[in-house]
Design a protein around this ligand. Structure first.
Ligand code: S3P
Length: 177
């Protein structure tokens, strides 16, 4: 798809299950632009899913492939919306790359129980959230990284992904539906 005009580029971060991909897809529709899911790019580039890589090679190996995939994605100026995996923004090097590329980081935050319910109901295997205690520990650890993002949107349990996408369109892009 060709951009009609150059839009501000954004990267969505936030905990697993918060709805980064769904919000990205809906926002891309509103803005008539392109979005990608970093985990899908990793799978395309390396031939295995994020969870397979974590299980087979460990989390450090996954983080390094994730950073490589992010670098490649950022190099494509036509990708307006990047939906990050939940751990990508915890890496200072990834944060620096996002910032120095002029990409605006957006933190989608939801209460832990909301994320956990989505994780449990999702088809996606998440090796770092296979039980509640493990997921909660990560959730608590990561708030300090996520809050370094430029924008912060709260996903309240009653709101749906379209409403969140509309809020971002309005506040970040000045586009009111
Ligand atoms: C991870 C989140 C996952 C995926 C991988 C690691 C994390 O993506 O990248 O399993 O460290 O939070 P989602 O946030 O899309 O579930």
């Amino acid at each position: 798809m060709r951009e009609k005009r150059k839009l501000k580029r954004i990267a969505l971060t936030g905990f697993m299950g918060v709805g980064k991909s769904t919000v990205s897809r809906r926002l891309a529709k509103i803005l008539n632009t392109r979005w990608i899911d970093l985990d899908i790019e990793i799978e395309k580039a390396f031939g295995r899913s994020a969870s397979e890589i974590v299980d087979e090679e460990g989390i450090d190996a996954f983080r390094s492939l994730e950073s490589r995939a992010l670098k490649r994605v950022i190099e494509n100026p036509y990708l307006t919306i990047i939906s990050l995996g939940g751990g990508a923004y915890t890496s200072p090097a990834n944060r620096d790359r996002i910032k120095s590329s002029g990409i605006t980081a957006i933190w989608l935050e939801a209460p832990f129980e909301h994320c956990w319910a989505n994780i449990r109901n999702s088809y996606k295997d998440r090796p770092l959230a296979r039980n509640r205690a493990q997921a909660k520990r990560l959730y608590d650890e990561r708030a300090g990284d996520y809050c370094l993002a430029d924008w912060h949107f709260l996903v309240s349990p009653g709101s749906n992904s379209l409403e969140v996408a509309e809020q971002i369109a309005d506040q970040v892009y000045g586009i009111r539906i």
